[in-house]
Design a protein around this ligand. Structure first.
Ligand code: PHE
Length: 459
């Protein structure tokens, strides 16, 4: 996607990029540990319900906002509020700040995403060393030595950010994102094979009961906000990224179906990650919890069968590529908005935003060493940052965008997105009405309730 406003070559290209960016550490790393913190099955049910109830309408809304303004989130919101039809028109007004909140989230998420991507890089290098020396891989000592060494984390984080910066600065991410898209089926196949292996463990029935049996008494005041936040994080909603993606969509693309497919694929992958991980969590010496869960549990499987290390290597390569795809999407969103709104040159915008992300990343990278003493209600710095961003920041940002789409974008533009030029399907009016109903009467009240419950739980 170059300087001008590009377009997706094919419909398939859009799906690859949208699903590729939705699919990331959120599905494989974050979903299982959030589920375990919230007691299992009931939370999974709540999450799936919210994917379709909130996630899908919001995803469709962001794509429509992008396509009808042909702009990134800052200029799009500004144009719609000011009722300004020309994307290249006058200077941005004070409303541009509404979109800035999304970009701010992109920057912070990229920073802490880079830290976890650094962990993945570390595992890849340690798996290589283990394979070369013929020893067994010990995930517990691999992780604890990394966590104790804050500067190693800073180094790995900067390696990841540098890779992302170089790719986005050279404007070659289209190729990389395609590669990430093509790697996804491989990753899904790998997940399925590993999940089947994991299901053959003696702990599997107990794990499946935990994951799939809804025990509503295990939900807490915070669970709704955690579920809402995770739905937004995993579907990349509230970051302004889907607005940018929508701005590259052709007039012929049928947005509602696109929203449904992205949401369905993404939650399917998360559930598979859960099926893979939970039997392993329950088999370990000490059940893993928190952000370390994936890194401690899945490698246990790699030691348990012949050729397991090779699978392990494949798993972490795919995970890294997924993280890379998401990181590129995040930086690209910041850069394209900065260029549109501030007129920055590409390379300058990339290095500047990448540099700011690096500075922010120092906090999570040093959270388990220099800032180890930090404790808020039993949570470390990384988890507190994660919670602030995802459970507070994202719902607010998504709410702002959805209200702009609902009340400021003209009816004809919205309705237009529900006409499918390639079919004589007559239900479009009905689907449109359902969508507006969901945005007006479901999305805002549920987000509001989640935030209120979360505030109450603080006291
Ligand atoms: N959706 C990604 C995930 O699940 C995270 C992400 C958010 C990526 C926003 C890009 C933009 O990991």
């Amino acid at each position: 996607m170059g300087a001008g406003r590009g377009a997706w070559g094919t419909r398939f290209g859009f799906y690859l990029a949208a699903i590729g960016s939705a699919f990331g550490l959120g599905n494989i790393w974050r979903f299982p540990y959030i589920v375990s913190e919230n007691g299992g099955g009931a939370f999974v049910l709540l999450y799936v319900f919210l994917v379709f109830l909130l996630g899908m309408p919001l995803l469709v809304g962001e794509l429509i906002l992008g396509r009808s303004t042909r702009s990134g989130v800052m200029r799009a919101i500004d144009m719609v509020i000011e009722d300004h039809p020309d994307p290249e028109g006058s200077k941005l007004s004070r409303f541009k700040w509404l979109g800035v909140s999304s970009l701010f989230l992109c920057g912070i998420v990229l920073a802490y995403y880079a830290v976890i991507s650094g962990w993945v890089l570390h595992y890849l290098s340690q798996l290589t060393v283990t394979a070369m020396t013929g020893s067994t891989f010990d995930p517990f000592s691999t992780l604890s030595s990394l966590l104790e060494n804050g500067w190693l984390q800073v180094l790995l984080t900067s390696v990841h950010l540098l890779v992302v910066i170089v790719i986005v600065a050279k404007d070659v991410e289209e190729g990389i994102e395609k590669a990430v898209g093509y790697m996804m089926p491989v990753f899904v196949a790998l997940l399925i094979v590993l999940a089947v292996k994991s299901l053959s463990l003696p702990s599997a029935p107990q794990a499946m009961r935990f994951l799939l049996y809804p025990d509503f008494s295990s939900l807490s005041m915070n669970s709704l906000a955690q579920a809402v936040g995770h739905v937004f994080f995993t579907l990349s909603i509230g970051f302004g990224m889907m607005v940018t993606f929508g701005s590259y969509l052709s007039e012929r693309a049928y947005i509602p179906i696109a929203g449904f497919r992205v949401a369905a694929m993404d939650s399917f992958i998360s559930i598979f990650a859960g099926i893979l991980i939970f039997p392993l969590v329950m088999v370990g010496h000490q059940p893993a919890t928190g952000p370390e869960m994936l890194f401690k549990s899945v490698p246990v499987l790699f030691n348990s069968f012949n050729g397991g290390l090779l699978f392990g290597f494949g798993f972490f390569i795919c995970l890294y590529l997924a993280a890379l795809g998401a990181s590129i999407g995040l930086l690209e969103t910041i850069v394209s908005n900065a260029r549109e709104a501030l007129g920055f040159r590409r390379v300058r915008a990339v290095w500047l935003s990448g540099g700011v992300c690096f500075i922010i990343a120092l906090l999570p990278a040093l959270s388990s060493s220099v800032f180890q003493g930090f404790d808020f209600k039993g949570k470390g710095l990384l988890e507190v940052l994660d919670g602030l961003l995802i459970n507070w920041g994202l719902p607010v940002a998504a709410l702002i965008t959805s209200q702009v789409v609902l009340y400021k974008l003209s009816d004809s533009k919205k309705r237009n997105a529900f006409e499918d030029p390639d079919s004589d399907f007559h239900e479009t009016e009905k689907i449109y009405n359902h969508w507006v109903f969901a945005l007006r009467w479901v999305v805002s009240p549920v987000i509001g309730l989640a935030l209120i419950l979360q505030i109450i739980s603080l006291f």
